[in-house]
Design a protein around this ligand. Sequence first.
Ligand SMILES: [Zn+2]
Length: 250
Amino acid sequence: MYLLYVDESGEPSNTNEDYFILGGVSIYENNAYFVSETFDRVQEKWFPGQTTPIEFHASKIRNRNEEPWRSMRREQCQNVLLDLCDAIVSTSPKALSLFGVAIHKSSFPSDNPVEKAFHELCGHFDEFIGQSNINSHRDKNRGLLILDSSKYKGHLDVLLLEYMKYGGTKFGRVKNFADAPVFANSKTTRLIQAADLVAYAIYRRYEESDARLLDRIIGRFQRVDKKIHGLMHLISGFRSCTCPACLSRQ
Ligand SMILES: [Zn+2]
């Protein structure tokens, strides 16, 4: 089974922000342990001997308002984020693919940004599983979405109810999901922390024009040949956009 850990960045109703972001980390079920281990190694590098897991929450690391980040210098915190990006990249390409949606909210004034972004993400993940099933001689795989329990209860409740009621048909093209999405705790699940980092890297690129984090992981977004299917930039003027996702589609 393919698991897709999903997290968000940006506040859908905040008019001071142009973007709402979803980020996702897809891994084959047997490989979840290896991704967790790479994040544990980053903790061991920066906090040697600390046995209690430290939650890597990207915006908290950058903003340095809370310990342990408050006591660290700004460049050290940036290097922690870059190390976490490298931890994601160090995982075997066969084991891990990244997904993300950056929705420019004012380009779609009549759409709910959470709903639109979520449907796009589900559609592309579903297509990815369908394609890998065509290329595989093994039993057909299914997909499962895993969301951060602390954030999603609120934004996605209505969508999840629809999912349960209509058996997923409201999610458009979804054909390969095993079940409705489930929730996990970001404090204890390294993969949710990885999805948070992916969402934050996309947010920094599109909202703040800071590509340092996204550039580090861009090669791991799901792609076919040169087309980056895994990263979607939804904006009205996408044909003239020069971001990696739009450029790869031109
Ligand atoms: Zn673009």
